[in-house]
Design a protein around this ligand. Structure first.
Ligand code: ADP
Ligand code: MG
Length: 533
C-alpha cells in the first residue's frame, strides 16, 4: 500500500493502489547493487586479453562480441538503475565511439566504493561533493598528462587504431595491422577543410561486409561498393565516365490499388493492351537515355521489358538498392535522387570515373569508383562468418572513431591503465587538501580508478595486487607512462610499446562514469507504478 504520513502522524494514501515505494538507504542500496551487477558482467571483457560474450536474443540470433555498448544493449536489462549504465555506454559510444566497457566498469566501481562510504555513515550528498571534486581534478590532471602529437602523423594514428582494435576479435598480428592501416587511410580520405576548420564525417565511410577469406583481406575502395549485380546479361558490366541516374521510382508498370477488370474480347485488343504497357516502359528508358544516363541505379524494381530496352541502350542498371546506399551514392556522385522519371534532367545525373561489376567471393558486387566527391570510401570487410564480420564492423567503428578523435584533437595518452594509475596516485595526494569526510570520497574515487589496471593485469595472468603495487611505485617515482602490457604480462612503458589512446576518449570515460554514478547516488526515493496487466 502506498502511504505517506502527515506531520501529525496520520497515514494518507497518495499513490494509486498497487504502486510500490522504497525510500532512503534501502532505495539507494538496491539501485547501487543493480548498477554494479551490470558493471560486473562487463569486467571480464575489458582489454586485449578480455574475453568475449555470446548473446542470444529472443529469436535465437547469436552475437559474439567484446564491445561494451553492444553487450549491455543486448542484455535487455530491466532494472531502471541498471538501465542507467546502459545509457552510459550509449552516450560514450555516441560521443567518442570507444571506451564503452571502461565507462561502465568505472561507473560500477564508483558506486561500489560509495557503498563502502555509506557503510561508514557518510551522507550521499558528501559523497557526491567529494566525487565532483575528484572528477574536476582528474580532468585537469589528464590534460596535463596528455601529449600533443601531429594530427596527420600516419604512424601515430595507426598506433591509436591498433590500441582500439587490440581488444577485438581482430587482435591477431596481421589483421590488426591491415585493419588499422585501412582505418587511418579511410579517415584521412574523408577529412575535409571547411572554413578553416577540419571536419570528418564518418558517414562518408561505408562498411560493406562479404563472407569468405580472413579478416586480413579487407580492402579500401575509393568510392562506393554495393551488394548488387547488373540486372540483365545484355548490359555492359563496365562503364567508364559514368553518368549516373539515381531513381526512387519503379521501372515497372505499377499495379493499381483497386482491383479492376478489363474485358478483352479479341486478340487485337490483347496486343494493343500489351503494346501500350511496352510503350510506357520504352518511353521511360528513352527518357533516361535522352538525358545522357549510362548507369541507372534504382531503389525499386526493374521490369523484364524495361531491362531489355536498357540493355539495347547499353545502359548498366541495378535494382532494389537500399535507401541508405542510395543516399551514400547521391553524396558521392553528386546525383539527385529522382522520384518521377519525367522530371529527370541532365543536371540530376551524378558522375563517377568507373562503374563496374566485379566478383568478390563468388558473388557479384557493384563498384562505383573515382566519384565526383573524393571524400567517399568503402571498406570491404572480410571474415569467415557473419558473426566475425559483425564484430569486425563494430571494431572498425571503434578504430575509425579514435582516429577521428585524434585528428580533430591531437592529444594522446598512454593506455594500459597508465592514466588511471596516474590519476589515482595524484588524487590521493590531492585528497589531503580536501577537508572533512569529502576527503574520504576523493580517496574512494582514487581507489575506484584502479579497477582498470587491476583487470588488465588479471586478464594478462598477473597477480593484480603485485602488479598494482609495482605500477603505483613507478608512478610515484614519476614514470607516468607505465601501464600493464597485457600481451607480455608485465609492467611497461606504454609509449614505447605504442599503446596509446585519445585524450578525448579518456575524458569522456570519466565524464560518463561520474555522471551516472552521481545520478544514481542522488536518488533516495523510488516510486513504481504497477505495470499494466
Ligand atoms: P573499451 O570498450 O573501454 O574501449 P576495451 O576492451 O577496448 O574497452 O579495452 C580498452 C583498454 O585496453 C584500454 O584501457 C586500453 O588502454 C587497453 N589496451 C589496449 N591495448 C592494450 C595493450 N596492448 N596492452 C595493455 N592494455 C591495452
Ligand atoms: Mg576499446
Amino acid at each position: 500500500m502506498a502511504l505517506a504520513t502527515t506531520p501529525q502522524g496520520l497515514p494518507v494514501l497518495i499513490l494509486k493502489e498497487g504502486s510500490k515505494r522504497t525510500t532512503g538507504r534501502e532505495a539507494l542500496r538496491t539501485n547501487i547493487l543493480a548498477a554494479y551487477a551490470v558493471a560486473e558482467v562487463l569486467k571480464s571483457s575489458l582489454g586485449p586479453r578480455g574475453l568475449d560474450k555470446m548473446l542470444i536474443d529472443s529469436f535465437g540470433d547469436v552475437t559474439i562480441t567484446n564491445d561494451g555498448a553492444t553487450i549491455v544493449k543486448d542484455m535487455e536489462v530491466e532494472h531502471p538503475a541498471a538501465k542507467m549504465l546502459v545509457e552510459v555506454s550509449k552516450a560514450q559510444d555516441a560521443e567518442v565511439g570507444d571506451g564503452t566497457t571502461t565507462a561502465v566498469v568505472l561507473a560500477g566501481e564508483l558506486l561500489n566504493r560509495a557503498n563502502v562510504l555509506l557503510d561508514d555513515n557518510v551522507h550521499p550528498s558528501i559523497i557526491i561533493d567529494g566525487y565532483r571534486k575528484a572528477y574536476t581534478k582528474s580532468i585537469e590532471l589528464l590534460n596535463s598528462l596528455a601529449k600533443t602529437v601531429e594530427g596527420n602523423n600516419f604512424e601515430v594514428l595507426k598506433e591509436i587504431a591498433k590500441t582500439a582494435l587490440a581488444s577485438k576479435i581482430v587482435s591477431g598480428g596481421a589483421s590488426l595491422d591491415a585493419l588499422s592501416e585501412i582505418s587511418v587511410k579511410a579517415v584521412l580520405q574523408v577529412k575535409e577543410q571547411l572554413d578553416g576548420e577540419v571536419k570528418i564525417d564518418l558517414d562518408n565511410v561505408k562498411i560493406e561486409k562479404r563472407k569468405g577469406e580472413s579478416t586480413v583481406k579487407a580492402e579500401i575502395i575509393n568510392g562506393i561498393v554495393i551488394d548488387k549485380e547488373v540486372v540483365h546479361a545484355g548490359m555492359p558490366k563496365r562503364v567508364e565516365k559514368a553518368k549516373i541516374a539515381l531513381l526512387n521510382a519503379p521501372l515497372e508498370i505499377e499495379k493499381t490499388e483497386i482491383t479492376a477488370k478489363i474485358s478483352i474480347t479479341s486478340p487485337d485488343q490483347m496486343k494493343a493492351f500489351i503494346d501500350q504497357e511496352t510503350n510506357i516502359l520504352r518511353d521511360m528508358v528513352e527518357k533516361l537515355a535522352s538525358v545522357g544516363a549510362n548507369v541507372v541505379i534504382c531503389q525499386k524494381g526493374i521490369d523484364d521489358v524495361a531491362q531489355h530496352f536498357l540493355a539495347k541502350h547499353k545502359i548498366l542498371a541495378v535494382r532494389r538498392v537500399k535507401q541508405s546506399d542510395m543516399e551514400k551514392l547521391s553524396r558521392a556522385t553528386g546525383a539527385r535522387i529522382v522520384t518521377t522519371i519525367e522530371d529527370l534532367t541532365a543536371e540530376d545525373l551524378g558522375y563517377a570515373e568507373l562503374v563496374e561489376e566485379r566478383r568478390v567471393a563468388n558473388e557479384k558486387m557493384l563498384f562505383v569508383e573515382g566519384c565526383k566527391n573524393p571524400r567517399s570510401v568503402t571498406i570491404l570487410a572480410r571474415g569467415s562468418s557473419e558473426m566475425v564480420l559483425d564484430e569486425v564492423e563494430r571494431s572498425l567503428n571503434d578504430s575509425l572513431n579514435v582516429i577521428r578523435n585524434v585528428v580533430l584533437d591531437p592529444k594522446i595518452l598512454p593506455g594500459g591503465g597508465a592514466p588511471e594509475t596516474y590519476l589515482s596516485v595524484k588524487l590521493k595526494e590531492y585528497s589531503n587538501t580536501v577537508g572533512g569526510k569529502e576527503q574520504l570520497a576523493v580517496q574512494q574515487f582514487a581507489e575506484a580508478l584502479l579497477v582498470v589496471p587491476s583487470i588488465l593485469a588479471e586478464t594478462a595472468g598477473l597477480d593484480p595486487v603485485d602488479a598494482l603495487a609495482e605500477l603505483k611505485a613507478k608512478h610515484e617515482a614519476g614514470s607516468h607512462a607505465y601501464g600493464v602490457d597485457a600481451v607480455k604480462g608485465k609492467i611497461a612503458d606504454m609509449y614505447s610499446l605504442g599503446v596509446v589512446e585519445p585524450l578525448r576518449v579518456k575524458t569522456q570515460v570519466l565524464k560518463s562514469a561520474t555522471e551516472a554514478a552521481l545520478m544514481i547516488l542522488k536518488i533516495d526515493d523510488v516510486i513504481a507504478a504497477t505495470p499494466p496487466k
